[in-house]
Ligand binder design. Structure first.
Ligand code: BMA
Length: 826
C-alpha cells in the first residue's frame, strides 16, 4: 500500500516537474530476481526483502517458524546470494544534472553493479549509501547486487585481531545482532535488500536534512529554527525565497542565516500546543513545511510532523545515590512500559498494520515508554511516526548488545557514519527521549567473566575500544545533532554491584536467570528498572502453529526448538511450584505459565511504582516476539495478549491502588501519575469467597496528590477474626479498586463452582456476561475464533456480574471456553 501511494505521489510530482523542476525519487522495486551465486536458476524476489523470505515465497524452503525447520536452513547464511533487476530511465530523467542511486539498507556485505560497473561495496546494514550514477546510467539499465555471506569478513577480521572478543563473530558485522540467534529468537542470519533503493534526480538544488530545533519552549512561545542543507553551485542565495508553513498556513518568509551549506530560518509559534506522552496529555503534532522558491516557482519542499516538547534525563546526587528520571516539558514523568524487539526475523513481513496494532496495544496497556533494544534494528520511520502520534516515548539503544566490539579505524568510521545517519534520520521525532550506547556490554565486561585469562594489555585495548565508541563517538554525535540525552550503557551497573540499587538504570535478572523468588523485586527497587522479566508459553494458536497440529504438544522436538533459553522450561517449573499448583495437562500448564508470568511481573511493576519518586520507571522484558516462541513477551507473535499484557494494563493505570502484605500488615498505596491531585473516600471490604462480609472500614477525604505515591491505609491482618486463605480484601476509591489476597495463590482455599455465561451478538463481535456465586480466580476465556477480549485472566468476585466484549469478524462464538485457577486446585 505504501508503495502504491508513493507511485501516485511520484505521478503528481512528475506532472508538476515541468513547472517547478522538483527533485524526484523513484523506488526501484520491480522486476527483481534472485539466486544463489553458484546456481543458474533465477527466482522472483521481493524488494525490500530478504533471502529467507524470498526462498519461502518461492516455496524453496519450509517455513523457518515451524517445528525444528530452522536447523536445516542454516545453509542459507553460508551461501552467497545475488539479486538483479532491470529498469528503464526516460531521457528527461537522464538529462538531469544530478542522478543518485540511494540504497537505504543492504544487509550486509554487498557489491553493487550498475550496467556491469562496480559502483558500491557496503559493510553496514544500518547505513544508507548514496552513489552518483550520472555517468553510468542509460535508458536501459541492469542493476545487480551480490551479497557475500557474513562469516567471510568475520573470519578475516577475527584473524587480524589475534584474540577473541565476547560474544562470537557477530560483533564484526554491523547488522541486527539477534539474527545470529538469541535466547528468544531463531538463528536466521539473513541477507538482502532490506530497505528501499531509490533513484533520485534533481537539477540545480535540493533541500536536505531539514531539522526543527527549539531554542525556547514554554506555554507562551516556541522559538524555533528550521535548519537544512542546500548544495548548489548555480543558484545564488539572493535568488531564493524561503517559506515556513505551520499547519499549512504561511508563517515566515525568508530571513535566512547561512553557514556553509547550512541555512537556518528562525520562526516562532505563539501559545504553542505542547506534545505530551498520551497518559498526561495530547501528543499534539504540528505540520511544518519548508518551501524553497525561485522566481515564484517551488524548487523543493519538505514537510515534517513535529511535536513540541522538552526532554531531559535528570541524574543528580541525592541522599541515597543518584536520581534517574525523565522530565517532559519540565515535569518529572514516571515511565511505564516494556522492551521492544524486531517484530519478525524476516523484517519485510512486518506490515504497517503490524506496527499500528502493536503500538495501539502499547497505548491500550497504559504504557508511555518503549525501549528499542540494542540487539535489533534502528526501526523504520513508520515506527517513530506512530510513536509520535500515539504519545509513546522511546528509549533508543544504538545497535550493540551483550558483547565487546572491535576498535580498529575502519570499524570506528563505520560506526561514526551509522550513528550520524540514524540520529539525523530520527532527530525530529518527539517520541525519542534518550539515546543509549548499548545493551549490557559494560555489565558483561565487568561481571560476566569476560576479562578472565587476558593480559593487562589486551584488557586495556578492549576497554579502550569500548570507550572510543560509547564514551566518545556516540555521545559526541548525539550532542552534535540532537537535543536528546545520551546514556552510555543499559544497565549502568550490573546486579552484584552495590550501587545497582541507588544509581542509574538497572536490569534485575536475579529474577529468572538467578531463580530468585519474585518477592526479591519488592526488596530491591532501583532508581529505574529498564529490564526485568519472566517467560511464559504463547497462545494455544501459536503452539498449534509451531507443531502444525491441533493437539497442544509441548514436548515435541519441534516445539522445544522454540524455547531458546537453556534452562527455560526448568525455570518456569521451579517458579510455578513456589506459588501455584502445577497442573498436569499441557492446556492447563500453558494457561498457568501465563498467570505465573503476570503474577511475578506485576508484583515488580507495582513495587517500583509504590517507590515513586525514588524509582521513576519500570520497563519489563519484553513486549513482543520475532517468531512464535516460549519467551518473556507479553504479546505473542500472532498478536495475542498473554495474561501479562492484560494485568500490566491494570498495573500501569495512571491511578493505581496497590496492596502489599508486610509482616501481617496489609499496606495500601495510592499512586497517581496524573498531574492533578484529588481526594476521595477510601473503603476496604474483607469478604470470604462466597461474598460474606468479614470486615470493612472507611476513611473520608483521603488525599491523593498529583504525580505521587502515598501509603494511604494500613490494616493489621493478624488480629482479625478471619482465615487468611479464605478471604479477599477489596481496597477502593469511588472509581478505582484493587483486590488483595493474604496468602500465595497455591494456598488459597478457592471453591469449585459453575460460572454462568450469557453470550449476545454485538455489531463488532460478542458480549459475554459472567456471574458466579463463589469467587473465581484468573478467569480465562478462550476460543479458536480470531479476536480480542476486552479483558481476560481477571478475578470474578462472588455474585458480581462482569461484561466482557469479544471483538471479532467471526459470526459465532460457539466454542467459547472458560478456565480458572479454581479448576486447578486440589
Ligand atoms: C536481557 C536482554 C536480552 C535477553 C534477555 C533475556 O539481558 O538484554 O539480551 O534476551 O535479557 O535473557
Amino acid at each position: 500500500m505504501k508503495y502504491s501511494l508513493i507511485a501516485i505521489l511520484l505521478l503528481l510530482l512528475t506532472s508538476c516537474e515541468a513547472k517547478h523542476d522538483l527533485p524526484i525519487a523513484t523506488a526501484l522495486q520491480d522486476n527483481w530476481q534472485f539466486k544463489a551465486v553458484n546456481d543458474s536458476i533465477w527466482h522472483v524476489a521481493t524488494v525490500p526483502g530478504n533471502v529467507h523470505a524470498d526462498l519461502l515465497d518461492n516455496k524453496l524452503i519450509e517455513h523457518p517458524f515451524i517445528g525444528a525447520n530452522e536447523d536445516s536452513l542454516q545453509w542459507i547464511s553460508e551461501t552467497d546470494w545475488e539479486y538483479k533487476t532491470t529498469f528503464s530511465v526516460p531521457n528527461e530523467t537522464l538529462s538531469k544534472k544530478h542522478i543518485a542511486l540511494n540504497f537505504e539498507g543492504l544487509d550486509t556485505y554487498a557489491s553493487v553493479f550498475l550496467n556491469d560497473s562496480l559502483i558500491l561495496k557496503t559493510d553496514n546494514a544500518f547505513r544508507a549509501f548514496s552513489v552518483n550514477v550520472k555517468s553510468v546510467l542509460k535508458p536501459q539499465n541492469k542493476l545487480r547486487i551480490v551479497f557475500e555471506h557474513t562469516s567471510i569478513s568475520e573470519e578475516q577480521e577475527k584473524a587480524k585481531l589475534g584474540y577473541q572478543l565476547p560474544e562470537g563473530n557477530r560483533i564484526f558485522t554491523r547488522k541486527a545482532q539477534f539474527q545470529y540467534g538469541w535466547d528468544w529468537g531463531p538463528e536466521l542470519n539473513t541477507s538482502g535488500i532490506w530497505r528501499p533503493i531509490m533513484l533520485e534526480t534533481w537539477n540545480d538544488l535540493r533541500l536536505e536534512d531539514l531539522t526543527i530545533k527549539q531554542r525556547l519552549l514554554n506555554d507562551s512561545i516556541a522559538d524555533m529554527t528550521a535548519t537544512f542543507d542546500i548544495k548548489s553551485e548555480v543558484i545564488k542565495d539572493k535568488e531564493l525565497v524561503y517559506e515556513v508553513y505551520v499547519n499549512d498556513v504561511l508563517h515566515t518568509t525568508s530571513k535566512v542565516v547561512q553557514k556553509g551549506h547550512t541555512r537556518t530560518v528562525p520562526f516562532q509559534i505563539k501559545s504553542p500546543k505542547l506534545w505530551w506522552p498520551h497518559n498526561l496529555g495530547d501528543p499534539y503534532l504540528y505540520t511544518i513545511k519548508m518551501v524553497l522558491k525561485r522566481n515564484n516557482s517551488i524548487i523543493d519542499s519538505v514537510s515534517i510532523k513535529k511535536g513540541l516538547r522538552t526532554i531531559a534525563l535528570v541524574t543528580e546526587n541525592d541522599t541515597r545515590g543518584e536520581s534517574f528520571y525523565f522530565k517532559v516539558n519540565g515535569v518529572p514523568v514516571y515511565m511505564k512500559g516494556a522492551n521492544y524487539i524486531p517484530q519478525n526475523s524476516m523484517q519485510n513481513k512486518v506490515t504497517d498494520a503490524h506496527y499500528e496494532k502493536l503500538l495501539d496495544d502499547v497505548v491500550d496497556a497504559n504504557m508511555n515508554m518503549l525501549r528499542v533494544w540494542g540487539g535489533g534494528i534502528y526501526e523504520n520511520d513508520i515506527f517513530y511516526d506512530l510513536c509520535d502520534e500515539k504519545g509513546i516515548l522511546i528509549w533508543q539503544d544504538f545497535m550493540f548488545a551483550c558483547a565487546m566490539y572491535p576498535g580498529d579505524q575502519s570499524f570506528l568510521e563505520n560506526v561514526q557514519d551509522e550513528a550520524t545517519q540514524n540520529i539525523k534520520r530520527l532527530r525530529n521525532h518527539a517520541s525519542i527521549a534518550l539515546w543509549c550506547g548499548n545493551n549490557e556490554n559494560s555489565e558483561g565486561w565487568h561481571r560476566w567473566g569476560w576479562q578472565a585469562n587476558r593480559s593487562d594489555e589486551e584488557k586495556d585495548e578492549i576497554w579502550n575500544n569500548y570507550l572510543k565508541v560509547f564514551d566518545s563517538i556516540l555521545p559526541k554525535t548525539v550532542n552534535e545533532f540532537t537535543d536528546a540525552p545520551y546514556w552510555e550503557s543499559s544497565p549502568k551497573y550490573g546486579r552484584g554491584n552495590p550501587k545497582y540499587q541507588f544509581e542509574g538504570d538497572a536490569h534485575d535478572w536475579w529474577i529468572w536467570h538467578d531463580a530468585y523468588p519474585f518477592e526479591h523485586l519488592e526488596d530491591n527497587v532501583p532508581r529505574f528498572m529498564s529490564e526485568f522479566g519472566f517467560q511464559a508459553f504463547p497462545s494455544y494458536e501459536a503452539i498449534r502453529y509451531i507443531n502444525q497440529s491441533d493437539s497442544l504438544e509441548i514436548t515435541s522436538e519441534g516445539f522445544k526448538n522454540h524455547q531458546k533459553h537453556v534452562r527455560g522450561f526448568q525455570l518456569i517449573d521451579a517458579y510455578m511450584k513456589r506459588d501455584f499448583p502445577v497442573p498436569d495437562t499441557a492446556e492447563d500448564y500453558i494457561y498457568l505459565s501465563q498467570i505465573l508470568q503476570a503474577y511475578g511481573i506485576t508484583k515488580g511493576i507495582e513495587a517500583h511504582r509504590r517507590a515513586k519518586p525514588y524509582n521513576m520507571g519500570t520497563l519489563y522484558w519484553q513486549l513482543n516476539d520475532c517468531w512464535p516462541s516460549v519467551s518473556w513477551s507479553s504479546i505473542d507473535f500472532f498478536g495475542n495478549w498473554k495474561a501479562l499484557h492484560y494485568k500490566a494494563k491494570t498495573s500501569f493505570e495512571n491511578v493505581l491502588i496497590s496492596n502489599t502484605v508486610e509482616n501481617d500488615t496489609l499496606k495500601t498505596y495510592g499512586i497517581n501519575d496524573s498531574l492533578t491531585g484529588f481526594d476521595d473516600t477510601f473503603t476496604y471490604i474483607i469478604t470470604d469467597f462466597d461474598g460474606k462480609v468479614m470486615g470493612t472500614g472507611t476513611t473520608m477525604n483521603t488525599q491523593l496528590n498529583a504525580n505521587s505515591s502515598q501509603l494511604i491505609h494500613t490494616l493489621d491482618v493478624a488480629n482479625l477474626n478471619i482465615n487468611k486463605d479464605e478471604v479477599v480484601v477489596a481496597t477502593m476509591f469511588a472509581n478505582f479498586h484493587s483486590y488483595a489476597y493474604l496468602v500465595k495463590p497455591k494456598d488459597l482455599k478457592l471453591k469449585k463452582g459453575a460460572i454462568k455465561k450469557t453470550i449476545s451478538k454485538t455489531s463488532n463481535g460478542f458480549e459475554i456476561k459472567l456471574e458466579s456465586t463463589t469467587l473465581q480466580k484468573d478467569v480465562f476465556l478462550y476460543t479458536k475464533s480470531k479476536g480480542h477480549f476486552s479483558d481476560n485472566y481477571f478475578d470474578l468476585m462472588p455474585n458480581e456480574t462482569i461484561i466482557i466484549e469479544f471483538k471479532t469478524q467471526e459470526g459465532s462464538l460457539d466454542d467459547l471456553k472458560i478456565k480458572t485457577l479454581n479448576d486447578l486446585m486440589d
